[in-house]
Design a binder for this molecule. Structure first.
Ligand SMILES: [Zn+2]
Length: 328
């Protein structure tokens, strides 16, 4: 897919340096919307018989072939159910929270909730993320905190390359500076900023905060809901599959190959692949295409099978409908 680039106050140039993205000159780019079918950005088919078509066009004309009948029947609607991004947090992102499906439907017409997960690709040595509120922080304590004092209520977690960050709707979070990551999320752009570190936005003015929506959205009590993921399969052929997340909206697996061929099935649903490291050839539906780190590929449900071939080690993220993660 051909992505849409987003200028952000916290962005940088590392999506070009590390992943070969053709970024527009002279701007801090924070996000590359790799697989996007959203009013705020729509990616385009880069290769194959539908090259040049937008993902919107593809779904309007070939929705069933791409999503598979079960995905359509489960109410995911005309829009693609997930949104895939690479992000460059050169500076820290705002402390933020996203709504669940019910709150999004009630407050943003046509928008979904936003559960997301990230896999860190590169991190500077002392990199961190905000991963929720500290234990015991109540709604009253949070509401009473003055702007800067919010920092004292947050859980700071060190991160390194390869780490998973699981962020269900309602979980307060932020990426710290010096991190490049891949993100798989529900197809939504609903974000409530809690705190923006008292910094100016791209126009020199502070970016808007959304304290009222945040207060209604944050899950204050209880544990972070489990994703149901984290199983791991390793085979003698050098194949490693880690099931990172299986939530109501999507499943995410990380697949590592040592160069030997491996065939996987779409299992009746779409499979979206993000290549994190290495290079290979992908064979599917009678076509062979070279793939390398930074590429994002959509395998339609009706392709049935996709095969990795090639002489290099390869690490890919595979996003699929819930309970349809690739298996050995
Ligand atoms: Zn977020």
């Amino acid at each position: 897919m051909r992505p849409v680039f987003k200028e952000r106050v916290w962005g940088g140039r590392r999506l070009a340096d590390l992943l070969g993205k053709p970024l527009p000159e002279g701007k801090p780019i924070g996000e590359s919307w790799e697989l996007a079918d959203h009013p705020h950005g729509c990616s385009t088919v880069a290769d194959g018989p539908l090259a040049g078509r937008t993902l919107r066009w593809v779904l309007e004309n070939h929705g069933k072939e791409v999503l598979g009948a079960p995905a359509l029947a489960s109410g995911s609607g005309a829009r693609f159910p997930i949104l895939l991004k690479f992000l460059d947090a050169s500076d820290r992102l705002s402390v933020q929270v996203h709504p669940d499906d019910d709150y999004a439907a009630a407050h943003h017409a046509g928008e979904r909730g936003k559960t997301e997960c990230s896999v860190i690709l590169h991190a500077k040595p002392d990199a961190w993320v905000i991963d929720g509120l500290r234990d015991g922080v109540t709604r009253d304590a949070f509401a009473a905190a003055e702007k800067g004092a919010v920092e004292d209520l947050l859980t700071v977690r060190p991160v390194k390359a390869g780490d998973l960050v699981w962020t269900p709707a309602g979980h307060v979070h932020a990426a710290g500076p010096g991190i490049v990551f891949a993100e798989i999320q529900q197809n939504s752009d609903a974000t409530y900023r809690v705190y923006d570190w008292d910094r100016p936005g791209l126009d020199g003015k502070p970016r808007r905060l959304h304290p009222a929506d945040a207060l209604e959205t944050i899950r204050f009590a209880g544990e972070k809901p489990d994703s149901g993921g984290r199983g791991r399969t390793a085979s003698e052929t050098g194949l490693v599959i880690e099931h990172l997340v299986d939530c109501r909206a999507f499943s995410v697996s990380r697949i590592q190959l040592d160069g030997r061929p491996w065939a996987a099935e779409t299992r009746g649903g779409y499979v979206a692949l993000m290549v994190l490291a290495g290079a290979a050839r992908l064979v599917s539906a009678g076509r062979t295409m070279p793939i390398r780190a930074g590429d994002t590929i959509l395998v339609p449900a009706d392709a049935s099978e996709y095969v990795f071939e090639g002489a290099e080690e390869l690490t890919v993220l595979a996003a699929a409908p819930p309970a349809k993660a690739p298996t050995q």
